[in-house]
Each structure stands twice: as structure tokens, then as C-alpha cells.
Design a protein around this ligand. Structure first.
Ligand code: FAD
Length: 564
């Protein structure tokens, strides 16, 4: 499938979304109709295919390097970046006040999928820029905001998110980077941050490092953390931010992952002291949705490659006849169907979450805004994790379809797998997403997010008369009612899997009801197939979710000493 075909399928999914009519109504100036969607999303596909994908092949092979303390990106990155910025792609959903196009997140996510299909490494730069703008416009001093927001939106300056430290990965509250006030009203930030994506580069003259740090009077834990904007350069001079190294890593070679030393660097406090982590969640939520787009992009790329290859590769068949194409073998058909169905529901899940974020931001009625926000709160950990795992699973299956060729660098399937693997790690590991879902969305806040999703999905199951969706929701309800605080941690991951199957079952049921054109029939077939797969797998995950005590007991009986 070409990028143009993928753009057409994305537009069909958008137009079929039950939420689309509200998004259209709430963005009256955007003029969203089929022709306009095809224009914008088609253009994103053209850029992705014509400019970003060719650059990415080279970037994957060459990677980035550190030269005299500065990061040098792969050849071709500058030209690809120039084309991206000149096309206005940094501005899509940003506020018009800062020069943004003010389009819905739905349109942004659609374009983002295609850009990530071409290069998830390339997408690692614009995402923190876009999401940092939201924190800055919401919490920063107006003068700081007026300085940074327009430049981040038009792509002339960049941003990072600096949370991770050697002793603080998932355990963010333990971070030690310190910030002390300076007489001139700024702060001095000192500490070591690791794994910072695009922590340095030569694409823009300035970078806003969004740094989480502890202030002197700060208590231990999250309440002691504040947020600072630490510019890489101030008035043309380098700030005291040093690149210690670039990590050598499995994939995303076009994205420099840096260890940064902050050596009493000048920083500006953003918002309220002690509220840094809560404020940074404005950025983190956007970035998690973008991981969804990365996953959808890679899953789609892998499915498309597998289908194309299988239609050409000839093996097997009757000995007295020429070999047949491998897509005529039942086992290959099983893989191809699974690949296409998983990729399509991933796309549907990401687009639905994006539409709900538009409704949460724009609905006129407070009750409607709250309802959209609650369903989105349910969807976010699921979208982040399901899309991340879909990318790896689809890449893995694409390699299987390609056989030995899939394992070689002649084909991009192995690169998809290398690039995909980290999606389930950064922006909160699968384990942390699972805990978030079980402890906060079901057991916490009186389960409001879980109940809001359930009500919406049950409503659709009734409207569509879909018994399989009802069965998936029954399994989810039973598992949720069995969750308790003592064993939630050990069964949180199978519960996340079950919840993801029920939620993607909901997406699939909506697809399965489409008809009226060959493209709709195609989407309906994939929706039906996903429902079948989801129901079968959900039985296993439901069983695991109910065996918390057994898991705890088995772990206690296994002796590490015998593992060698
Ligand atoms: C390519 C790449 C880019 C990155 N970009 C950035 C960036 O730009 N900015 C940034 O700040 N960070 C970035 N990161 C860091 C990333 O966010 C962390 O790697 C991630 O949060 C996990 O932290 P960790 O690696 O320390 O793993 P750990 O926290 O050590 O976790 C290891 C394992 O233990 C589990 N675990 C840990 N604690 C718990 C718990 N309480 N309960 C249950 N399970 C637990 C985890 O789920 C995981 O399976 C990046 C990482 C990579 C690899």
C-alpha cells in the first residue's frame, strides 16, 4: 500500500468516526470535509514518502555522532527538517495565537501517523516541541511564553523533555537534579539527565530543555519537584548544559539520545514551585498520544510491506507447476490478516483518542467536556501501550512473512522491529501504564474513567447489535470487579491486555458495521477479524487476571540460585 492509499484509508476512518461530526462542529473555521482532509493528509503522505523516508534509510545506517561536544545529525536530516518546517507541519494543531494552524488533534494525529511510518526517529524532535508549547502557554510567565511559543510553533527553536536520571527512570520522584534561586530571579540548575531525545543538535539555534528538578525547600517525592525551562543558549552564549555522550542503541538511529550535564545552568521557573510533575503531565499526555501515532505508523508500514512481499514472492504449490505466490498459503494468509487487522484497529484507536482530546478541549457543555475527558483518560494508557506493542508485533510478523529476507537489511522489516521496541519503554513502560490503568482508572477516582468508557462502549454494542463486543465488555467487567489493591500490581499487565482487547474490540465493532464501498467493506472485514482475535485472546488474559494469588505464590517458590 502506498502512502497515498494509506492517507485515503485514514480519511475513511476519520469520516466514519461517530465523534467526527462533533469535531467538525467545534472547529468551524477549519472547514473540515473529505476534500480538505484528503488534501492535508495526502500532502503529509507525500512529504513522508518523498522526503522523510529516503532520509531515514540513510539516517538508520549512519546515525548521529558527537563532535567536539556537539551532536551532528545524519546527512539529509537538515534538508528533511527544512522541508518539514517550510511545509508548516510543526504548526498543525498549535494555537493560532502563536502562529499555529489551530486544526484539530485528529488531523494532527493522522498526519503524524504517516510521518512516523516514514521515520519514527525524525518524529522524536517535533513531538516535544509541540507538547512543550502547551506547558509553556499554560503555565509560563507571559514574557517567557511570548519569547518561546511562537518560535517552537514555527519550528525555528526546539525543545526536549528532561525527566530521566541514572537513579530515576520509572521512579520519577527520586530524581536529584537541583535548582537554586539566583539573585536576578532566574535559577541555577545542576544535575545529570540521561536518555534525552534530541538533547542537542544543529537543526535549530536554541533548544528549550524542560527540566524537572528539586528546589531547596522541596520535600521528598513528587511534591518537591518543580519545572524549569533551561535554554541551550542565552543571548548568543552557550548555557552550562554539556552533552556527556550519545547512547548507542538498538533503533531510532536518526534520533540522538543524549546524556546531559546541567552545570549550574541558568533556568526559568515555570508555573508553581512543587507542581512541576503535575504541570509536566500536560506535555506527557501529548507525548503518549504521539507514541500511539508512532505505533500506528510502524504497524501500518509492517502490514503494508508484508502484503506487498507476499503477493510477489513465489514458493510452493504443485511440483508440476510454477511456484505460487506465498499469499496463497493458508498460514501466510493467517499472518497477513492478523497484521492488517491489528494495524487498522491501532489506527482507529489513535484517531478515536485524538478526537476525544478535541472534544475534551472544545465541547461547549461542561458535562460533555468531562465525559470526553474521562473516556480519554481510559484510552490514553491503552492507546500508548497497545500501539507500542502493535508496532513490535506487526514488525515481528512482517519478518516472519518475509522469511530470511525479513531478517536482512535489504528489507525494512528488521528496522521496523528495532525502531518499535522502545515504544513500550519510553513515556512510561508497559508495566507503568498497566499500574496507571488498574490503580488510577479502575480502583482510583471511584473508577470514573473506566465507567465512562464502559457506558460508551455498551451504548455502541447495543446500537450496533454486536454480541462479541458485549462478551468482551462482560469479561472486562468481571476482571475489573475482581481487582483489589493487594494483588493489583501482579495482575495489572494482564488486566491492561484484557482492557486493551475490550477497547480495541469496541473500535473493531465500529469498523465492522461499515458498508457501502469497497474500502468500507475492507475495513469491516478487518474489524470482524479483530473481534474474533480479541475474543479468543481475552479469555487467556481474563484467566491470568484472576490468578493474582497464584502468581505471587509461584514467584516466592522460584529460587534465583538455580537460574545460573
Ligand atoms: C530511546 C529513548 C529515548 C528516551 N527519551 C527520553 C527523553 O527524551 N526524556 C526523558 O526524560 N527520558 C527519556 N527516555 C527514558 C525513558 O523514559 C525511561 O527509559 C523509562 O521511563 C523507563 O525508565 P528506566 O529505563 O529507568 O527503567 P526502570 O524504571 O529501571 O524500569 C525497568 C523495569 O522495571 C519496571 N518497574 C520499575 N518500577 C516499577 C514499579 N514501581 N512497579 C512496577 N514495575 C516497575 C519497569 O516497568 C521496567 O519493566 C528515553 C529512553 C529511551 C530508551
Amino acid at each position: 500500500m502506498s502512502y497515498a492509499d494509506a492517507a485515503g484509508t485514514i480519511v475513511a476512518q476519520i469520516l466514519a468516526l461517530p465523534e467526527f461530526a462533533r469535531v467538525q462542529a467545534l472547529f468551524p473555521d477549519a472547514g473540515l470535509d473529505e476534500a480538505m482532509l484528503l488534501d492535508i493528509i495526502g500532502a503529509a503522505g507525500d512529504l513522508a514518502e518523498g522526503v522523510i523516508a529516503p532520509f531515514n534509510t540513510q539516517a538508520d545506517q549512519v546515525g548521529c555522532r558527537l563532535e567536539q561536544g556537539r551532536v551532528r545529525l545524519a546527512p539529509g536530516h537538515h534538508d528533511a527538517w527544512q522541508a518539514f518546517v517550510a511545509g508548516g507541519w510543526t504548526t498543525i494543531e498549535s494555537a493560532p495565537q502563536w502562529g499555529g494552524a489551530g486544526l484539530p488533534m485528529l488531523v494532527h494525529s493522522a498526519c503524524e501517523e504517516l510521518l512516523n511510518r516514514a521515520s519514527p526517529a525524525f518524529g522524536m524532535l517535533p513531538t516535544p516541541m509541540r507538547c512543550a508549547t502547551k506547558v509553556i502557554e499554560r503555565y509560563a510567565d507571559p514574557a517567557l511564553c511570548a519569547q518561546w511559543a511562537p518560535r517552537l510553533v514555527d519550528g525555528s527553536w526546539a525543545a526536549t523533555i528532561c525527566i530521566s536520571e541514572p537513579d530515576a527512570g520509572s521512579d520519577v520522584p527520586r530524581l536529584r537534579t537541583a535548582a537554586v534561586p539566583h539573585a536576578d530571579g532566574t535559577w541555577r540548575v545542576t544535575g545529570e539527565k540521561i536518555w534525552i531525545s534530541f538533547g542537542d543538535h544543529d537543526l535549530t539555534p536554541r533548544i528549550a530543555h524542560m527540566v524537572l528538578a528539586r528546589t531547596p525547600e522541596g520535600e521528598h517525592g513528587p511534591a518537591g519537584l518543580s519545572l524549569f525551562l533551561v535554554p541551550s543558549d542565552i543571548a548568543g552564549q552557550r548555557n552550562a548544559v554539556v552533552v556527556r555522550r550519545i547512547e548507542e542503541k538498538l533503533g531510532l538511529h536518526g534520533s540522538p539520545t543524549c546524556a546531559l550535564g546541567f552545570e549550574a545552568a541558568t533556568g526559568y521557573l515555570i508555573g508553581t514551585p512543587g507542581r512541576g510533575l503535575a504541570q509536566l503531565f500536560t506535555m506527557i499526555i501529548g507525548m503518549r498520544l504521539s507514541v500511539g501515532s508512532q505505533g500506528a505508523g510502524l504497524a501500518g508500514a509492517a502490514a503494508s510491506l508484508a502484503w506487498r512481499y507476499a503477493a510477489e514472492r513465489r514458493q510452493g504449490g504443485r511440483a508440476d507447476a510454477p511456484p505460487v505466490t506465498i499469499d496463497q498459503h493458508g498460514d501466510v494468509q493467517r499472518m497477513l490478516l492478523g497484521l492488517a487487522a491489528r494495524a487498522e484497529v491501532t489506527r482507529g484507536l489513535v484517531l478515536t483518542a485524538a478526537a476525544l482530546s478535541d472534544l475534551q478541549a472544545r465541547e461547549e457543555d461542561e458535562a460533555a467536556r468531562t465525559e470526553a475527558g474521562l473516556v480519554l483518560a481510559w484510552l490514553l494508557p491503552i492507546t500508548k501501550n497497545f500501539a507500542a506493542e502493535a508496532a513490535s508485533l506487526c514488525a515481528n510478523d512482517a519478518i516472519q512473512v518475509l522469511g530470511g529476507a525479513g531478517y536482512t537489511r535489504e528489507w525494512p522489516a528488521e528496522r521496523y522491529l528495532r525502531d518499535a521496541r522502545v515504544l513500550a519503554i519510553y513515556e512510561g513502560t508497559s508495566g507503568m501504564q498497566a499500574l496507571d490503568l488498574a490503580l488510577r482508572r479502575v480502583l482510583g477516582d471511584e473508577g470514573r474513567a473506566y465507567r465512562a468508557f464502559l457506558a460508551k462502549a455498551r451504548g455502541d454494542a447495543d446500537r450496533l447489535g454486536n454480541a462479541t463486543l458485549h462478551a468482551l465488555l462482560d469479561m472486562l467487567e468481571q476482571a475489573a470487579s475482581g481487582l483489589d489493591k493487594p494483588t493489583a500490581a501482579v495482575v495489572a499487565y494482564p488486566f491492561l491486555q484484557l482492557a486493551s482487547l475490550a477497547t480495541t474490540g469496541w473500535i473493531a465493532a465500529r469498523l465492522a458495521a461499515l458498508s457501502g464501498s469497497p474500502l468500507h467493506d475492507h475495513l469491516a472485514a478487518l474489524g470482524c477479524h479483530w473481534l474474533l482475535l480479541a475474543q479468543a485472546q481475552a479469555l487467556a488474559e481474563a484467566a491470568l487476571t484472576s490468578h493474582g494469588q497464584a502468581l505471587v505464590a509461584a514467584f516466592a517458590d522460584v529460587d534465583r540460585g538455580y537460574l545460573g
